[in-house]
Design a protein. Structure first.
Length: 262
């Protein structure tokens, strides 16, 4: 039971949605540096191409991309078909793509709910559903395939910002992940959620620039998350060490959720 074997993800096929930037990029790099084949996918083809170029320069693993606009339902099917054609199996699906919408309560629009819930919740289900045959093809009794859903601590707590659709979508994602764990576990696939705290990402950029020091002070460990934190958690969940974890929601936040403000 040496660590090299327990945490090995070499040669695994991994799909990271939104894998070219932010938290998704951190996760992609972690898998690449440990010998996995990583497909990144988003609607920004140029960003995907550049990310793959930089990731492949790191060696060990291999990075490729498949462009998909997850606001378009038909792109979910196209992505699943293309990945099936190229690989025929999928060991790890990281549902990371997401969107946010902040606006005052009195003017918070219907469009925000449609946009945020579609991407953060509905498409996660549909993509997982479309890729289930590929996940089943990679699964074994000892090493099930893995679905890792990137949630948020704003789905566990009441956020300070007025992001009503976002926090609701992430709370829904956390529970949907548990429902999927029960269903997909019987098909040799685990489903877990990482409820992320503050990380340096496009979504958090403006907030961290404005309130970064205050946010870090509010974390018991005194800092925001690093690439190693989220990549390491994903590698653990995807390796032999995480093979019996199913239906968990892991708060990856330095203790933010449980910190007292009294």
């Amino acid at each position: 039971m040496d660590t090299a074997t327990l945490f090995d993800v070499k040669n695994k096929v991994v799909l990271v949605t939104g894998g070219a930037k932010g938290i998704g990029r951190m996760i992609s790099q972690g898998f690449i540096e440990n010998g996995a084949t990583v497909y990144v996918s988003s609607r920004d083809a140029k960003a995907c191409e550049q990310a793959c170029k930089e990731l492949n320069a790191l060696g060990n693993g291999r990075a490729e991309y498949i462009t998909a606009d997850f606001y378009k339902e038909e792109d979910v099917k196209k992505l699943a078909e293309e990945l099936g054609r190229r690989e025929g199996k999928l060991h790890v699906l990281v549902n990371n793509s997401g969107s946010n919408w902040g606006e005052a309560y009195d003017t918070y629009p219907s469009a925000a709910w449609d946009r945020v819930l579609t991407l953060n919740l509905k498409r996660v289900f549909q993509l997982t559903q479309a890729l289930t045959p590929l996940l089943e093809a990679a699964s074994t009794k000892i090493s099930p395939s893995r679905v890792i859903n990137i949630g948020s601590i704003d789905g566990l707590r009441v956020p300070a910002l007025e992001t009503f659709a976002y926090s609701a979508s992430k709370a829904g994602l956390h529970h949907m992940s548990r429902v999927l764990a029960n269903h997909l576990g019987k098909r040799g696939i685990t489903s877990n959620t990482i409820a992320c705290g503050p990380f340096q990402s496009k979504m958090m950029k403006a907030t961290l620039e404005k309130f970064g020091d205050v946010i870090a002070e509010g974390v018991p460990l005194g800092r925001i998350g690093s690439p190693e934190d989220v990549a390491g958690t994903c590698i653990w969940l995807s390796s032999r060490a995480g093979a019996w974890v199913n239906g968990a929601t892991i708060a990856l936040d330095g203790g933010s959720v449980i910190s007292s403000k009294l």
